[in-house]
Design a protein around this ligand. Structure first.
Ligand SMILES: Cc1cc2nc3c(=O)[nH]c(=O)nc-3n(C[C@H](O)[C@H](O)[C@H](O)COP(=O)(O)O)c2cc1C
Length: 184
């Protein structure tokens, strides 16, 4: 099973289209994809740094709309991360979800997330191509160095502030489909 986490509030935005291209390709290769659109969440709290998860075997004691995402990530074979760049950094809700993965680190900061999950990363930017690559690199580092995931590919996509719904270059869509096949 693959969890697809989409941060952009734009339902037909570029980050959504690229995450869908990855997911559809993974589905065509036999995978089940569960999509979470962070903008649909209504109840969410940041990691409280309460360390309850360090005492209880890795269960976050917060119960909100982020809880099913964490549960599915625990069981997932792969994860698609799709975020835009907002003021030089990842989307705020996206960062909140990422921080909640702290429950997968034990008291010694060793991961208790099952190792070897495959990840794919999409970062969109209005203009800051370098920023999109930096955020993709930072996210990849968190997931590979803390949680021992295996990155199968990443796309940093500069939209040049085009409106949502505009087509994406075929070669980029092709890359997304290739990543989806590797994820499955
Ligand atoms: C609050 C906010 C801040 C933004 N800051 C940046 C920025 O610092 N650099 C940049 O290149 N684009 C910035 N953008 C543009 C978005 O990155 C761009 O519209 C988005 O990547 C489009 O992706 P989507 O189609 O998936 O929504 C910002 C957009 C918003 C709403």
């Amino acid at each position: 099973m693959i969890v697809s986490i989409i941060a952009s509030p734009r339902r037909d935005g570029f980050g959504t289209m690229l995450a869908h291209a990855i997911g559809e390709s993974a589905e065509a290769a036999g995978a089940e994809v569960r999509e979470y659109r962070l903008n649909d969440m209504r109840s969410y709290r940041q990691c409280q740094n309460c360390s309850a998860c360090k005492e209880n075997g890795g269960t976050c004691v917060l119960k909100d709309d982020i809880s099913p995402i964490i549960d599915d990530i625990r069981d997932a074979d792969g994860i698609v991360f799709s975020t835009s760049i907002n003021f030089n950094d990842m989307d705020g809700l996206f960062k909140m979800v990422l921080d909640r993965l702290y429950c997968f680190l034990d008291a010694n900061a060793t991961t208790i997330m099952p190792k070897g999950k495959k990840i794919a990363i999409v970062v969109t930017a209005g203009a800051d191509d370098a920023g999109a690559n930096r955020v993709a690199t930072d996210l990849e580092k968190v997931m590979t160095q803390h949680f021992f995931c295996e990155s199968v590919g990443r796309i940093a996509y500069c939209t040049w502030m085009m409106p949502a719904g505009m087509p994406i270059d075929d070669d980029v869509l092709g890359r997304a489909r290739e990543i989806g096949r590797m994820l499955a």
